[in-house]
Write a protein that binds this ligand. Structure first.
Ligand code: FRU
Length: 509
């Protein structure tokens, strides 16, 4: 299912557009100097700066209305206003975490793709920075700065992104010399001009890593009659790239946003095939990836709940995964989309990834209420008395016993009419949150279900038994929908301990 429209017709334009566009780009690049020798800002840079000013002013103008929305999350990353999609280029550098995101500065629908930018010292509290990159009219990226990554090349922060011109997608770079505050597009752009094979369905979303002093890139694509795929490239300097071969290929028509990273002695490939995100674990030797697991789900939600992931290492060497959650706020409040809470992934047995919330999110905790030894009677909801909130964390463990299903209603009205239901069905072997549902079963010998639930106004994230996760958007219409109720069906069930915290905002002034 496509969830929004954007030029997917690049391939259909055929080689004519590619030839014209690349001739145009070469003309531009030879007319400019490299950033190192460039004493004055080039004309293209000046135009980019003016466009950034215009884009930032548009976001600032929309911010008061966007931020006045009671459904706007408190502890999820959103743009100051307007549209956001994929997380881009997350990186820890010089004591700061930087996260960029696909952003439309001019409205709350997809378009005018630019890179929004937030910064943090602890992965928990964030600050908005001015937009990092926006299309330069008349150039190779005039129609969009699509997704990509950020690396440090000889000490120089460098963004690698997909520039779009008349539907043609090409890979470009931009560098920063001021601590990642401002970015200059490289005069050699585009650095990868055209796909290495014919009949591609897309050519975008570079994911770059360093290995033995050489840069490698996985690039999202699809090949007609062959399916979704990722190209593998190599470079010494991020400017000239050599195509090696397919990193992998398979199902779907197109793999967006490939992520490829080592974990313990394995490698993981994550792909966004327009629908639910998938990953496979395997071995990577001599530039070849051999899958050793089936394709599995990184999150049980479909592409509305968690999509276009991106990963990074944090200061402690943990593998953090980011993803995009779609959906608007209340009518008349111009914001749409957010970034999912940071997840720590680890490799567990059977070549599976376990996904858990970043433990440091506990820094957001405020008021706390605890309950112990709760007995939930069959089909009789148990109200957590005194708990009321729309920005809360709930950590509870069910002793499932003979129950068919256990769960909780959050954002629940006092009469129980309006609610967002989280339910584990031990017969159907599913975990659901609101309108999202996926497969989940207890491991052999497991009798308990621990749910860590993050309720944030119009989004609910659930982590189950420290390994699985599901996300839904939800739109409570009533201002008193703030209760939490536990339930059990088929039999009674016990809950030895429940902790509930009010959670504060992630935004630093
Ligand atoms: C994924 C995606 C990417 C593309 C970007 C455009 O959601 O379609 O493939 O680079 O969004 O905004």
């Amino acid at each position: 299912m496509r969830i929004r429209q954007f030029p997917q017709w690049a391939g259909f334009l055929g080689s004519m557009a590619l030839i014209l566009a690349s001739a145009h780009a070469q003309e531009q690049s030879t007319a400019q100097l490299t950033p190192e020798t460039n004493v004055e800002t080039s004309n293209a840079d000046k135009i980019h700066l003016q466009e950034l000013e215009r884009a930032n002013a548009s976001v600032k103008a929309a911010a008061p209305l966007a931020q006045a929305d009671p459904l706007r999350p408190a502890f999820h990353i959103t743009a100051e206003a307007n549209w956001i999609n994929d997380p881009n280029g997350p990186i820890y550098h010089d004591g700061e975490y930087h996260l960029f995101f696909q952003h439309n500065p001019y409205g709350d629908a997809w378009g005018n793709m630019s890179w929004g930018h937030v910064v943090s010292e602890d992965l928990v509290h964030w600050k908005h920075l001015p937009i990092a990159l926006t299309p330069t009219p008349g150039s190779y990226d005039k129609d969009g700065i699509f997704s990509g990554c950020c690396v440090i090349n000889d000490g120089v922060p460098t963004i690698i992104y997909t520039g779009v011109e008349d539907g043609v997608q090409r890979q470009c770079i931009a560098t920063s010399r001021d601590g990642m505050r401002t970015w200059t597009k490289h005069p050699a752009n585009p650095v990868i001009d055209a796909p290495p094979v014919e009949n591609t369905t897309g050519f975008r979303d570079p994911y770059v890593w360093e290995q033995d002093g050489v840069w490698y890139m996985a690039l999202g694509t699809g090949i007609r009659d062959q399916g979704g795929a990722a190209f593998l490239y190599r470079s010494e300097d991020l400017v000239s790239w050599e195509y090696l071969h397919l990193l992998d290929s398979g199902f779907g028509n197109m793999w967006e946003c490939p992520n490829f990273f080592p974990i313990e002695d394995k490698h993981v490939l994550v792909v966004a095939p327009y629908n639910i995100l998938r990953y496979a674990v395997g071995s990577y030797k001599n530039d070849r990836f051999e899958r050793e697991s089936p394709w599995r789900l990184l999150c049980l939600s479909d592409n509305r709940g968690f999509y276009a992931s991106h990963t990074q290492l944090d200061a402690q060497g943990r593998r953090i995964v980011w993803g995009w959650i779609t959906g608007p706020g209340s009518t008349g409040h111009p914001w749409n989309g957010m970034i999912a809470l940071p997840r720590v992934v680890t490799l567990s047995k059977d070549n599976r990834l376990s996904v858990a919330p970043l433990p440091e999110l506990a820094q957001l905790r405020g008021g706390h209420v605890a309950f112990s030894d709760i007995l939930i009677e069959k089909d009789s909801p148990y109200v957590l008395e005194g708990v009321s909130g729309d920005a809360i964390e709930i950590d509870l463990t069910f002793d499932i016993g003979a129950s068919q299903s256990v769960g909780l209603d959050v954002l629940c009205s006092p009469d129980g009419e309006e609610k967002t239901r989280i339910v584990f069905d031990n017969y159907a072997l599913t975990l659901a949150a609101g309108d999202q549902k996926g497969p989940f079963q207890l491991a052999p010998g497991e009798t308990k279900m621990r749910l860590q639930v993050y309720v944030d106004r119009s989004v609910v994230e659930v982590f189950a038994n420290g390994r699985e996760n599901i996300i839904c958007r939800t739109y409570p219409a009533r201002t008193d929908s703030k209760q939490v109720r536990l339930f059990s069906s088929g039999d009674r069930s016990k809950v030895p301990q429940v902790d509930v915290w009010q959670l504060g905002s992630i935004w630093k002034p």
